[in-house]
Design a protein around this ligand. Structure first.
Ligand code: G3I
Length: 373
């Protein structure tokens, strides 16, 4: 297995005056850190969500670690409708173009995210009264955005989170204005605009039986219309010590039986107290001292549970490596994670494989250890 010498940047930023490009003093300390994409080469590709600072090179340690560890990337935010299409007929392609360029320069494929989602919908679209105007927005958005990146991205999360927890269709503005065929129509338009791109439906908790059944029905509906849908994303926002392994395995089997790819698209493990499952960004939880217990560091017992949970997950992914084509983490290191600000703002969370100093955690070694026996 290819091991990569990874130079540890322990220096300090030069503070004297305006620094055009961050000059980080390099030390001679080196440490062998295996590359996740190399360890799992031949099993599935390994991805991460990227934020604007990482894409623009404003994070020098990410600039080293990301190309070393990952072969695909998902934009955490810059390709969502509100940032990329802020006003009728006006698009802000700069950040998304920078992401595509970053991928090209670093040999990292892009999973574009996401064309149709009820959240981060531009205000002008939310305010459209007539069905015809909303349909025109829907059509133009998909054609323009998917068309621009045709041939430049590997895949799209075409529709994100269209289902309720019981498997019924979420009562979003899309369902309200366009009816429940909007999902099929979104895939039809995406296929026309970007014919050689892998097209996913993406959701959270769709490993749970009721939501899985609704997801399967939705996928079958798109297929029955003769429209291409290539894969399903199981987001994988799970909680420490409560990983639903049996539901995940059953879901991998049932989704794969539809003849589509299965991807784990937003993997992280919540280690802080939370009184609900899922990833609905609109949910919030009251902040109390007990909801942010690890401000000064993660107890070893929690580190070890996190390692055990990630090990168990990757054992399952390897068992079904023939059905899983991608495993994407939702962030590079613990400090980047959305879970530091949701469902409670300002918490100190530890959901990923790399810590705030970009150092591998016990969970990283547990995952890599599955292949490096
Ligand atoms: O960029 C603006 C900035 O200009 C403004 O000053 C600031 C103040 O509100 O907001 C900034 O935008 C924020 C954006 O992240 C970029 O930081 C949005 O408010 C904030 O809502 C957004 O949160 C993202 C969330 O989706 C909602 O889009 C999270 O970073 C992102 O991790 C999260 O990811 C979602 C997936 O897309 C779908 N699945 C669930 C997952 C977790 O919610």
């Amino acid at each position: 297995m290819m091991k990569i010498h990874y130079v540890i940047y322990l220096g300090c930023l030069l503070a004297a005056g305006p620094v055009k490009s961050q000059q980080v003093q390099q030390t001679t300390a080196t440490k062998e850190i295996p590359s996740l994409k190399a360890v799992f080469a031949g099993d599935f590709v390994i991805g991460t969500a990227l934020n604007a600072a990482q894409v623009e090179g404003r994070d020098p340690r990410a600039a080293l670690l990301v190309p070393q560890q990952f072969n695909v990337a998902t934009p955490e935010n810059v390709m969502k409708a509100a940032p990329i299409h802020p006003e009728w007929g006006r698009y802000n392609f700069g950040p998304a173009d920078a992401l595509v360029e970053y991928g090209r320069n670093n040999n990292i494929g892009i999973n574009a995210h996401t064309l149709i989602w009820h959240s981060q919908l531009p205000r002008f679209a939310q305010q459209l009264q007539s069905i015809d105007s909303f349909r025109l927005f829907f059509q133009e958005h998909i054609k323009t955005v998917a068309g621009r990146y045709s041939g430049k991205v590997l895949s799209w999360d075409v529709v994100n989170e269209a289902l309720n927890e019981d498997g019924s269709m979420r009562k979003s503005v899309f369902l309200d204005k366009l009816g429940d065929d909007y999902v099929t129509e979104a895939f039809r338009l995406a296929q026309e605009a970007s014919p050689n791109t892998v097209l996913y439906y993406n959701d959270y908790n769709n490993e749970q039986p009721a939501k899985r059944a609704g997801c399967i029905a939705l996928i079958k509906k798109v297929q029955a219309a003769g429209v291409r849908i290539d894969g399903v994303g199981i987001q994988g926002h799970w909680s420490l010590g409560k990983i639903p392994l049996k539901h995940i395995e059953q879901s991998i089997l049932e989704y794969a039986a539809l003849g589509i790819k299965v991807a784990i698209t937003e993997l992280d493990i919540e280690v802080l107290p939370r009184n609900f499952q899922g990833a609905d960004v609109n949910q919030r939880m009251q902040a109390t001292p007990s909801t942010n217990p690890y401000v000064n560091g993660l107890p070893d017992s929690v580190q070890q549970q996190l390692a055990a949970d990630y090990r168990a997950l990757f054992q399952l992914f390897l068992k079904h490596r023939d059905k899983i084509d991608r495993v994407t983490f939702w962030g590079v290191n613990d400090g980047n994670s959305w879970l530091n600000g949701w469902p409670v703002r300002g918490r100190t969370n530890y959901p990923l494989l790399f810590d705030r100093e970009y150092q591998p955690k016990p969970a990283f070694w547990a995952v890599v250890g599955l292949k490096n026996k």
